[in-house]
Design a protein around this ligand. Sequence first.
Ligand code: 7RM
Length: 631
Amino acid sequence: MQIKSLAEYEETYKFSVDHPEEFWAGIAENFLWKKKWDKVLSWNFTEPKIKWFEGAKLNITENCLDRHLEKNGDKPAIIWESNDPEKPSVTLTYKILHEQVCRFANVLKKNGVKKGDRICIYMPMVPELAIAVLACARIGAVHSVIFGGFSAKSIADRINDSACKLVITADGSFRGNKQIQLKEVIDDALIGCPTVEKVIVLTHTRTPVSMLKGRDLWYEDEIKLVDTVCPAEEMDAEDMLFILYTSGSTGKPKGVVHTVGGYMVYAGYTFSNAFNYQPGEVFFCTADIGWITGHSYIVYGPLSQGATTLIFEGIPTYPTPSRFWEIVEKHKVNILYTAPTAIRSLMSFGTEPLNGIDMSSLRVLGSVGEPINEEAWHWFDEEVGHKKCPIVDTWWQTETGGLMISPIAFVTPLKPACATLPLPGVQPLLVDEQGKEIEGNGVNGNLCIKFPWPGMLRTTYGDHERCKQTYFSTYPELYFTGDGCMRDENGYYKITGRVDDVINVSGHRIGTAEVENAINMHAGVVESAVVGFPHEVKGQGIYAFVIYPKIHDEPELTKKDILQTVTRVIGAIAKPDKILFVSGLPKTRSGKIMRRILRKIAEGETTSLGDTSTLLDPAVVDEIIAAAQQL
Ligand code: 7RM
């Protein structure tokens, strides 16, 4: 199913648009089904209702594990690299991984987990995280992985939203020279989570943890009590595989729902094609499994293709900014998939950290999470890939399940900092504010998709109406991505960034409304408005305008207090980079905050602020500009 030439891509793409059902059925033939589908696709974008491979039966872990055992049982499935370079790395062959997944699946069963139950996973980047994910899938439980940077309150909200029955966590995690006390955060979260019956705790950092009798169990004890035989639960193609929470422009994060059959086909197909993965190669995706990139391109995509996937616990700059490159050399990484923010951060150390490191194993590079700037693209191309490795700039979202617009390595002619062309089966279009399609090339618009693809979200957990409102109502009969996009003279797509109230900080999606709500919870704050601003390394930073009339001591201390509140309510990843105290916010006569003006001020613009005549009190703008210049 790997595309080998541009001509073949063009032909395949055309076929996928003219005959989508035949196209995807053909791709699905490359996977293992207990029973084939009765119908490839039924859909409408009105409700919306999307079903792929209806009537088919399968288990995704048989595709990720069992089917590789006979020929590749002794091949490495997972290579784990610790945060600490002195600690030995760990290799799990497909045989061992299969055994451990089955064993842990039995632990879940023994603790009362049944098909359809929701399981919260809050773990460090260790092999047991992948094992926990796959063990859920083995028995048909729905995993909801939460990134280690979220606070107890965020975790509690997510656990309660999907009524999780069990939590899998660890004592703690290492990130560079920091430790996160995962179990302690879970303990705080669970004070408000009545549905959770059991907590399974892996030992990792061996920081002291409290273990509650009757509720908390050690991972290491539990796996001794079960055997390694666990038949895979027969799942319907449209049964739920996982929930992953993601931020939008309004309210609390939504639980994006992916289903077994379509997601598997899509993650596997896009992985195999875009990266041109060859048998025996080592694939290193630097994302965290707590995000969609980790789900699709550390776990499910690579394993479904029998690949070797590298899990790295640490960060790019610890103990030195050579860490990524040393890992590439040590494990002879062939494909490196990372984020622009990591590239920019490493670029800032110059080329010295690369000196003397043999990175000749690299064949393909990838970028994801945010628009990549040309400078970073060229640095990646020249200093990391030595101009020999194609860079696939992959555009996609939590909601799309897998890559959507991306070069296919060695097939698509590249253009720096450009996601290029849609993958087969993906039908993008640009629309104007009124929803009218913008045709032709050399144009800008809002990016939509007009036809379903197997990896797309099916609903938002517990609230289908919200799914409809968020993605299918802005432009009737279209899936709206929330991104702005340019189609260049050659028909190449270049994503320009979010056009809604979502900020992309180091590739992490954060809703401005969420941050505002958190800041507003701080005693003394009357109101706030949050916008993104260009940031050298993070892509975007968070800028908060805060009305706090009675600051009782040093404003700098008050700022730190506010940061503490945001950390408590959401997590450290949502802390504003800048806080500006103001006495008012620019509002229209109907009371709407004019974020456009605040965005300009946050960018450092002070003159061409556009039309301010509809403002209730234009004087407030001058005051904010004066204060911003002091910051
Ligand atoms: C995979 C992921 C999705 C948002 C998306 C975009 C931005 C992601 C690119 C990109 C420009 C890219 N999922 N985005 N990839 N922008 N070029 N190659 O990141 O749900 O966390 O974020 O990220 O704005 O809508 S996500």
